[in-house]
Design a binder for this molecule. Structure first.
Ligand SMILES: NC(=O)c1ccc[n+]([C@@H]2O[C@H](COP(=O)([O-])OP(=O)(O)OC[C@H]3O[C@@H](n4cnc5c(N)ncnc54)[C@H](OP(=O)(O)O)[C@@H]3O)[C@@H](O)[C@H]2O)c1
Length: 228
């Protein structure tokens, strides 16, 4: 069974991704900042191991990697994310710079920390995939002038992982970016367009289609290509 490691698994899309992969098709390592408080995770049957992880904390990422040892990781899903400061403090007129840095630490640097810390685990897999849950708001093609800190953190993630896909292709490590849709989570709010279940199920299908020919792609949760 493949091993799937998911960050930000305590709630929202990450929690639903755990549910999807815990259907008997995979061994799931569900990572979250506070395992003791992640009660929903504990109710999921299947091969699920819950592990502590703060993707913005280098020591926490290193501790996770150490606890994995040489275990192969077949699918790394960088899902953890934050929306950053309140929207009136991440605009063209006003920026909470500490909050912007925090958004970068979680949304852009967190996935990079994970990729680098788990590189040997990915290389130990015969079919390694690195899946980055980004956002349409990180696309240059979307002219939506809100959430400057969040948008730029996702744009940075997109560019890094696009380059990583090229460099890691000879190693057999495939990399993609997926916009999960506008999803009814704490981040997306109750008026969002799709449920976390629909988003996660779509993401799982998209991940199945990731291969050496299409590595470096930017997709939507429904499999459509996303403009950069
Ligand atoms: N919802 C949408 O409409 C939407 C749209 C586009 C993109 N996205 C992206 O989809 C991903 C999941 O979002 P969501 O809607 O499920 O959000 P959510 O419900 O707010 O959940 C966010 C998850 O990230 C975790 N997290 C936050 N900071 C972390 C850190 N430093 N280290 C580890 N985990 C951390 C949270 O853990 P705690 O429980 O410990 O806080 C939680 O599990 C994010 O990358 C987001 O940017 C969402």
């Amino acid at each position: 069974m493949p091993t799937v490691l998911i960050t930000g698994a305590s709630r929202g899309i990450g929690l639903e991704l755990v549910r999807c992969y815990a259907d008997g098709s995979a061994s799931v390592i569900a990572c979250c900042r506070h395992p003791e408080a992640a009660t929903a995770l504990g109710t999921i049957a299947g091969d699920v191991t819950v592990m502590p992880l703060d993707v913005a904390d280098a020591a926490s990422v290193a501790a996770l990697a150490a606890s994995l040892g040489d275990r192969p990781v077949d699918i790394l899903i960088n899902n953890a994310g934050i929306s950053g400061p309140s929207y009136d403090h991440q605009s063209v007129y006003s920026m909470d710079f500490d909050g912007w840095a925090e958004a970068f630490a979680v949304n852009a640097m967190g996935p990079v920390r994970m990729l680098q810390a788990l590189m040997s685990n990915l290389k130990a897999s015969h079919d390694a995939r690195v899946v980055n849950i980004t956002s349409q708001m990180g696309a240059m093609s979307l002219d939506m002038t809100v959430a400057y800190a969040y948008c730029t953190s996702k744009a940075a993630l997109n560019k890094f992982m696009r380059m990583a896909a090229i460099e890691l292709k000879p190693q057999g490590i495939k990399v993609c970016l997926i916009h999960p849709g506008w999803v009814q989570t704490d981040m997306g709010g109750p008026n969002a367009e799709i449920t976390p279940e629909a988003s996660a199920q779509g993401i799982v299908r998209v991940v199945e289609g990731l291969n050496a020919d299409n590595t470096g792609s930017f997709w939507k949760w429904n499999g459509e290509t996303h403009d950069w």
